[in-house]
Design a protein around this ligand. Structure first.
Ligand code: LLP
Length: 433
């Protein structure tokens, strides 16, 4: 469910026509819907609330994965919905804190954290460091000791489940760089107990992203439950169980996502009676379908034969998912009205034509759709690339010396530019000739 819909042949975000945003802010621009963000946040939070519900101090905590979209306005909206944050760098720590997050709602994931990043997180007093190797436990112990602090740690375990997803975003296979193999987990906790400056408080895993079935989540949760009990039997007083993120969303074709309700019920079943605080790290689920990338057609061109290209002013530098993963994103023409008022009724819906929608970047991979049936598009027309909120702006780059797009947050009829479009001068900042 999202708040992008056609009214009278025009695509709107909540109470604002997208064409008005393009006029005001220009293109390309990411346009987020606050109502959609809130709805997704609440649906997911409510869905997992039954897990461990008997004891209010152990209510589950959703730690939104900042990497999905780290705009301060998005983060602060989610903070107001009771969300904590999952961070993977000092930069994301700064973002979360600047958005008003309480440090004790932040978990720090990632396979390589620098000393200065660990120090910053220790000074802030975060909830939990998810350590991904024995070496990191030693490193964190050293840094914590030097600051005379005790670091709350969880070991991120690789549960070796095969979550069918794009190989670039599957993270729990035994060949993956992430986490510690489950077989070494007990030893790793023994190590943490013997290292000064560490206190083991949790157990963590994350099995991948854009996962479209429940089975791998249940499999991972079941393995983690058994491991948690073993670790408790070994004497570790673990209070948090972090199951990561990964729930898939609909990109308009293919996957029918697992509903948050089913996910919540399944976890409640697997974790029943465990007396643990569940942490989850959703990213995509919250933000993917809460934004579009709004772009203008620069020109259309004819290739060899009858191949038609629609060249838009957004490129792979703005949204890399199609180029990087071959990801599908729906593309919609913002106004279906062209001259409709003057045409007879039966001509109002324009015929569709098969086109390649491409960006201006000098790479063959810079394409958003191939041989897609779309209404006729001409120079100046606006298009909306749907489901662009997750891993859109956060993966944008300046390739081809292209300034990154503006970000706009719509809330009802209110339009707020929550990140200015980069200027050409911004691109040169810090450089010398
Ligand atoms: N927790 C950890 C430790 C993660 O590594 C990730 C995502 C998440 C949580 C959030 O997962 P989500 O709920 O969003 O699936 N750039 C790729 C996705 C990479 C995901 C990386 N890790 C894409 O555009 O599909």
């Amino acid at each position: 469910m999202n708040h992008f819909a056609y009214k009278d042949g025009e695509l709107w975000c909540e109470e604002v026509p997208l064409s008005r945003i393009a006029t005001r802010v220009g293109t390309p621009a990411y346009v987020y819907s606050a109502a959609t963000l809130r709805r997704h946040a609440r649906v997911f939070r409510d869905a997992i609330s039954p897990v461990g519900a008997s004891d209010s101090t152990r209510a589950p905590l959703c730690c939104y994965a900042v990497k999905a979209s780290g705009n301060l306005a998005v983060l602060s909206l989610l903070r107001r919905e009771g969300y904590g944050f999952d961070i993977v760098s000092g930069g994301e720590l700064l973002r979360a804190l600047r958005a008003g997050a309480k440090a004790n709602t932040i978990v720090f994931s990632g396979v390589g954290k620098r000393d200065d990043e660990l120090r910053a997180a220790l000074s802030a007093g975060i909830l939990q460091f998810n350590c991904e190797s024995e070496e990191e436990l030693v490193q964190l112990s050293r840094v914590a000791q030097s600051m005379r602090k005790t670091a709350p740690v969880a070991v991120r375990v690789n549960p070796d489940v095969n979550a069918k997803t794009h190989p670039y975003i599957a993270t729990a296979l035994s060949t993956s760089k992430f986490g510690i193999p489950a077989a070494r987990a007990r030893e790793a906790y023994r190590l943490s107990a013997n290292l000064p400056g560490l206190r083991a408080v949790g157990l963590a895993c994350h099995i991948g992203s854009q996962i479209g079935e429940l089975r791998p989540f249940v499999e991972a949760a079941t393995k983690m439950r058994a491991l948690l009990l073993d670790l408790r039997a070994d004497g570790h007083q673990l209070i948090n169980l972090d199951l990561g993120g990964g729930l898939g969303v609909s990109y308009g074709e293919g996957t029918t996502p697992v509903s948050p309700e089913k996910y919540g019920r399944a976890l409640a079943r697997v974790l029943r009676g465990l007396d643990v605080r569940l942490l989850v790290e959703p990213g995509r689920l919250i933000v993917a379908n809460a934004a579009v990338l709004l772009s203008s057609v620069i020109l259309t061109k004819l290739g060899a034969g009858s191949r038609r290209f629609v060249v838009i002013d957004a490129g792979m530098n703005d949204l890399v998912r199609p180029a990087l993963y071959g990801a599908h994103h729906e593309i919609e023409k913002v106004s279906l009205r062209d001259g409709a008022a003057t045409k007879p009724q039966h001509e109002k819906r324009p015929a569709r034509v098969r086109v390649d929608v491409v960006g201006p970047v000098c790479e063959s991979a810079d394409l958003f759709a191939q041989q897609r049936l779309l209404p006729p598009l001409a120079s100046g027309d606006l298009v909306a690339i749907r489901s662009a909120g997750a891993y859109g702006m956060s993966m944008a780059s300046n390739y081809n010396a292209r300034p990154r797009p503006a970000e706009v947050l719509i809330d009802g009829a209110r339009v707020r530019v929550v990140r200015e479009r980069e200027s050409l001068e911004d691109l040169l900042r810090g450089e010398t000739t």
